[in-house]
Design a protein around this ligand. Structure first.
Ligand SMILES: *Cc1c(COP(=O)(O)O)cnc(C)c1O
Length: 356
C-alpha cells in the first residue's frame, strides 16, 4: 500500500532526492567513495557546499550583504545564538506558539526581553495583529510558521529594528523578501532535508553590536569567516538539502511552489469546512499552508481514535495532532504531492459517509 507521509518533522522528502542521496551514500559521482567518507575540505565536498549556498541565493533571491551558513544544533540552538550575538540591551518577541516561547525564554538569559503580543489566550490559534515593535529593541523575533498550531505569518513585515525569523517549517514554501530580515534560520528537517543541519541566512552588518565576548562556536562571525567550515559541517544532510534545492529548481522555484502549496492547503481547508465531522482549529486569516490542524466536531468527539486508525489503515502516516492541540495535523510540505492530499480528503469523505 502506498504510504502518504503527513509527518510534521522530520518529514517527507521528494522521492528522487532520497534516491539520489542513496546513490551518493554508496558512490558519489563515480568517485568510488561515499559522500559520508570524504574530507569536507576536499574538492568534491567543497563543490557540494558551494552549490548548496548558490542554490539558496538563487532560489530565494538573496541580495548582496547576506551569508548562508550551515550549522549544527538545530533551530533550538539558534534560540540562544541569536540573543548571544545580537542582544545588547533589549529584545522583542512575538509569541505565536511554543517554539516562539522557547526562543524568547533563551533571550532572557542575555537581557531584557519584551513580548510585544501573544496568542496564548486562545491556545495560539491566531497571529496577533496591531502590535508595536519597540524602536529601541536590538531586534524583533518572529516564528513565521507555527508548526504545532497551524498558523502562519504569510507576509514579510516591516520592522524598525532587525527582523529575525524562525522559518524552520515554511522556508522555500513561498518567495521571501530577504531584504526585510536580519536573520532567517531553521532546522532542515521540515522542508529541506534530513535532521542534522540548520540553515542561517544572515546580514553581516547586524553583528558586532552586542558588546560581549562570544564563544567561538556560537559566534556567527566564525562561521561567516570560515564558510561554515570552522569545524566539520553535517556533510550528508547538506548533500540531501542540495538535492532538494535542485529538485525545487526543476519544479519551477518558490513562486511555483507557493502556487502548488496554496492549492493543496485550499483543498484541505475546503474539505474541513464542508465535512460535518471535522472542524479546523486555526482562525481563517491565520491559517498555515504547511500544517493543517483540525479536530473532530464536538458531536463526533468519540470518533477521534477510530478516524485515526481508519486513516492509518488507508496508508495515511503522521496525522495525529500535537498533544497541545489534539485531533489531527496534516503537514503538507513542498514534497507532498497534490495526489496525497486528495487521498487524505477521500479518506475523510469515506469516513463521513460511514458515520454521519
Ligand atoms: C521543528 C521546529 C523547531 C525545532 O527545530 P530543531 O531543529 O529540532 O531544534 C523550531 N521552530 C520551529 C518553527 C519548528 O517547526
Amino acid at each position: 500500500m502506498k504510504k502518504h507521509n503527513f509527518s510534521a518533522g522530520p518529514s517527507i522528502l521528494a522521492k528522487e532526492v532520497m534516491e539520489n542521496t542513496a546513490k551518493a551514500v554508496v558512490d558519489l559521482n563515480g568517485t568510488g567513495l561515499s559522500v559520508m567518507e570524504i574530507s569536507h575540505r576536499g574538492k568534491d565536498f567543497m563543490a557540494i557546499m558551494d552549490e548548496t549556498v548558490a542554490l539558496f541565493k538563487e532560489l530565494l533571491e538573496i541580495p548582496e550583504g547576506y551569508h548562508v551558513l550551515f550549522l549544527g544544533g538545530g533551530a533550538s540552538l539558534q534560540f540562544s545564538m541569536v540573543p548571544y550575538n545580537l542582544l545588547g540591551k533589549k529584545a522583542a518577541y512575538l509569541e505565536t506558539g511554543s517554539w516562539a516561547k522557547k526562543a524568547a525564554k533563551e533571550a532572557k538569559f542575555f537581557g531584557e526581553t519584551v513580548i510585544v503580543a501573544s496568542s496564548a489566550d486562545k491556545n495560539y490559534n491566531y497571529i496577533p495583529k496591531n502590535f508595536t515593535i519597540p524602536e529601541d529593541a536590538d531586534y524583533f523575533h518572529i516564528t513565521t510558521n507555527n508548526t504545532i498550531y497551524g498558523t502562519e505569518i504569510k507576509e514579510d513585515m516591516n520592522s524598525p529594528v532587525p527582523l529575525v525569523a524562525d522559518m524552520s517549517s515554511d522556508i522555500f514554501s513561498r518567495p521571501v523578501d530577504i531584504s526585510k530580515y536580519g536573520i532567517i534560520y531553521g532546522g532542515a528537517q521540515k522542508n529541506l532535508g534530513p535532521a542534522g543541519v540548520t540553515f542561517v541566512i544572515i546580514r553581516e552588518d547586524i553583528l558586532g553590536k552586542a558588546g560581549r565576548p562570544i564563544p567561538t562556536m556560537l559566534d556567527y562571525k566564525t562561521h561567516i569567516d570560515q564558510g561554515s567550515m570552522f569545524n566539520t559541517p553535517p556533510c550528508l544532510p547538506i548533500y540531501t538539502s542540495m538535492e532538494t534545492l535542485r529538485w525545487l529548481k526543476k519544479m519551477g522555484g518558490v513562486r511555483k511552489m507557493q502556487e502548488i502549496n496554496q492549492h493543496k492547503a485550499q483543498l484541505m481547508y475546503s474539505e474541513i469546512e464542508r465535512n460535518s465531522l471535522f472542524v479546523g482549529t486555526a482562525e481563517k486569516d491565520s491559517r498555515s499552508i504547511m500544517n493543517v490542524c483540525f479536530v473532530m466536531n464536538e458531536k463526533y468527539k468519540d470518533l477521534e481514535a477510530e478516524f485515526l486508525s481508519f486513516a492509518t489503515s488507508k496508508g495515511m502516516v503522521g496525522i495525529k495532532g500535537h498533544r497541545s492541540v489534539g485531533g489531527f495535523r496534516a503537514s503538507i510540505y513542498n514534497a507532498m504531492a497534490v495526489e496525497s492530499v486528495q487521498a487524505l480528503i477521500d479518506v475523510m469523505q469515506e469516513f463521513e459517509k460511514e458515520h454521519k
